[in-house]
Design a protein around this ligand. Sequence first.
Ligand code: UD1
Length: 387
Amino acid sequence: MKIISVVGARPNFMKIAPFCKVLEAYSDSEANETIEHILVHTGQHYDDRMSQSFFDALNIPQADINLGIGSGSHARQVGETMIAFEEVLKEHKPDWVVVVGDVNATCACSITAKKEGIRVAHIEAGLRSFDMDMPEEINRLVTDRLSDLLLTPDEISSENLLKEGVDENKIAFVGNVMIDTLEANRDIASGLDLVDILRDNCLEESQVSKLESISRAPNGYGLITLHRPSNVDDKAVLGDIIQFFKTEATVQLPFVWAIHPRTKKQLEAFGLWETVRDMQNLVLLHPVGYHQLLKMNMEARLVMTDSGGLQEECCVLGTPCLTLRWNTERPVTLQEHGGASLLVGNSVQRVRSAFEDSLSADRKPMSPPLWDGRAAERIFRAIVDAS
Ligand code: UD1
């Protein structure tokens, strides 16, 4: 059997790592059938800190093929990926294309594969925010509509697919593969030193003087990540969030913010960069590596984020998580389902009251069914069974 797996952007890498390991273990075993695995990187993310550092940290084999697509508008990214990926499919003729998550690479490569008559397996199928303003929601809908095997991380996702009329024989509830990576890397992350992480990832010299106070803060620190267009592409929305950080959040708790390149670009474009850089109780970091972020999450008093992956990691680690979004495709991580995450949108009134409550909240780790570190094995078995 020949499988092509596709990755493109940062959140894909922690999802493909366990799958690559299971395929490697299978190839090393005495199994009768050989599996040829080709890993394709579309090149949507290309900075070392957004891409190669995850391959290194998670021992992902180097991509066999890099399409080198890079940044651009959605149409350009999707279109160029399709053109380049079609060539790959024509040359290698795989039995399956395996796509993960909901980025442009996921959508582009599933369309291309189906048009070439190749079966598609989607890891992390069935997530729905029901918000069509979110580019990822479009990617999820298209990918799931086309997929032959829909590998879901939780039961809510399976139900979403059934409600959309997907044949139940195509759906396999396998659990959350990203949690395989978390469980496999907990010990390495625990062993890291917080001050070393801060020092090694400081965005610029001006931040170094703030490190000491963060690492010694008696009530701990908060962790921020933000990158969604709905939060960072609108000057008024981003301006209000920054004002809240400046006049309220960082007054009560020191914060560390690992800045996504998109967000940095927008802060500069909106003239907000100096305000953020000069906040006394806020340390700005480059995008940090997998283990570094895991360690910071393990020890944070609270997380403020719009990342889907972080919502899930906070759930398992129990870190109180204020999700700066109005909806989520990952409801299983929410407090009403026993998780650590609370949707607070991006209006300051709502963020403010949730922030106050979270300051005194305890850690409550919670792992939904099959978030047990063994999802990749079930994914592999489901693909073999469907072949
Ligand atoms: C993409 C995904 C999003 C995911 C996020 C995680 C889509 C539609 N969006 O959003 O679902 O949550 O990745 O990071 O696929 N840039 C760099 N270096 C890089 C990559 C990007 O500087 O290595 C900058 C470029 O200015 C680029 C901008 O970031 O234009 C946005 O990158 P892009 O890949 O278009 O989208 P993300 O916001 O990263």
